[in-house]
Design a binder for this molecule. Sequence first.
Ligand SMILES: Cc1cc2nc3c(=O)[nH]c(=O)nc-3n(C[C@H](O)[C@H](O)[C@H](O)COP(=O)(O)O)c2cc1C
Length: 228
Amino acid sequence: MIRTEFLPDPLPPEPLALAADWLAEATRLAAQPNPNAMVLATVGAQDEPSARVVLCKEIVVAPGYVCFYTNYHSRKGRALAANPRAALVMHWDHLHRQVRIEGMVVAAPAAESDTYFASRPWQRRIGAWASEQSEPVASRAVLLDALAATATRFHAPVPGPEDDPEPVPPLVIPRPPHWGGYHLWASAVELWVEGESRIHDRARWERRLVPAAGAFAAGPWHATRLQP
Ligand SMILES: Cc1cc2nc3c(=O)[nH]c(=O)nc-3n(C[C@H](O)[C@H](O)[C@H](O)COP(=O)(O)O)c2cc1C
């Protein structure tokens, strides 16, 4: 028997607080290694769709965006530069829940990316400089050579396991300009709860986004329950 709590009736006026609660519950239960994993779909300059998993760093309920980090020169970064519309999906099988979000993507403010980058383990900070994400590489050995050369450049040991402590004094590794956060501003959110006999519970919220100085002004949410 599937044990689920269906969506409230009437539906809440905005969906992201519930989505954030679901993410928090999945994180607390730790029933999967990356409960904040989400599939991010983009569309490139030639209209070609592509999707990959990234980690959700935060759902900012008000004003309503999802934050993730990546390389701005990667395939997804190039797609977002050409077409800033994107969709993402989170799924927690054991909780019988799915969240779908669609919207507009903007780069996070540089200061926000700097703060997050500085909080990352030193091995990942070196890796962000060493890897030209999504570009070809002749072999894994060539990649590891690039990693070692980058470590030398920052006066660091060659990165090993991530629980190796940071050398003392701490390394000085600035954020690469091509690495940082994105905010996906939600214009549509669907919450899905699995039901018995495929009689699932679904609702979709939509709102208008108007560009406003690197962010968006958002209209009110409109909620609709959907058939499964
Ligand atoms: C569980 C998991 C988490 C991941 N998290 C990220 C992430 O937060 N940022 C990122 O750039 N890539 C992440 N990746 C790697 C991406 O899926 C992808 O391989 C990479 O970003 C290159 O994608 P692109 O060529 O479409 O740009 C993750 C992969 C997995 C399986």
